[in-house]
Design a protein around this ligand. Structure first.
Ligand code: HEM
Length: 133
C-alpha cells in the first residue's frame, strides 16, 4: 500500500481557496453568482468531487456535463481563465504532489467539459481544444 496522495483537509483547503478566488474574479465571479444560491452546499459538493478524483472515495454523485452544457456563453478563454486560477491556487498549496495531480486532472476534465459543451451546442462545427500548461 502506498501512502495516500493527500488528506481530506488538504482537499478542502484547495477547493475553498479556489472558489474564494473564483468568486472575487471579475469574469468568473458573476457567472457563478448567477447560478449558485447556496455556496455552502456547492462547496460540499465540490469537495466531494475532488475527493472522488484525488482519493477515489466515490463520494461525488453529480452530473457536471449537463450542468455546464446548460450555462450560456462558455468559451475557450473562460476555460483557460478557470484553469489559470486553479493553477495559481494549486501552486499555493503545501502538498506539491496533490497540487500536481489536481492540475493534471483539472486540465483533462476541462478539456472534456469544453468538448462536450461544443458538441452539444454546436455539433456541426469542429470543436476547439484547450492548450495545456
Ligand atoms: C469556464 C469554466 C467553468 C465555469 C464558468 C463553470 C461554472 C459552473 C457553475 C455555474 C456551476 C453550477 C451549475 C449548477 O449547479 O447549475 C458549476 C458546477 C460544477 N463545476 Fe464548473 N465551471 C467551469 C469549469 C469547471 C471545470 C474545469 C471543472 C472540473 C475540473 C468543474 C467542475 C464542476 C463541478 C463538479 C460542478 C458541480 C456539478 C453538479 O452539480 O453535478 N467546472 N460550474
Amino acid at each position: 500500500m502506498s501512502a495516500a496522495l493527500c488528506t481530506e483537509t488538504e482537499i478542502s483547503n484547495l477547493v475553498h481557496a479556489f472558489y474564494a478566488r473564483v468568486r472575487q474574479d471579475a469574469v468568473l465571479g458573476p457567472i457563478f453568482d448567477a447560478h449558485i444560491d447556496d455556496w455552502d452546499h456547492h462547496l460540499v459538493k465540490l469537495v466531494d468531487f475532488w475527493s472522488s478524483i484525488l482519493l477515489r472515495t466515490g463520494r461525488f454523485t453529480g452530473t457536471p456535463m449537463p450542468k455546464h452544457a446548460a450555462l450560456p456563453g462558455l468559451n475557450t478563454e473562460l476555460f483557460h481563465h478557470w484553469l489559470g486560477l486553479f493553477r495559481t491556487t494549486a501552486a499555493e498549496q503545501p502538498n506539491r504532489a496533490m497540487a500536481e495531480q489536481a492540475c493534471a486532472m483539472a486540465e483533462r476534465i476541462a478539456q472534456s467539459l469544453w468538448l462536450g459543451y461544443q458538441l452539444k451546442r454546436n455539433p456541426d462545427v469542429r470543436p476547439a481544444e484547450l492548450r495545456y500548461g
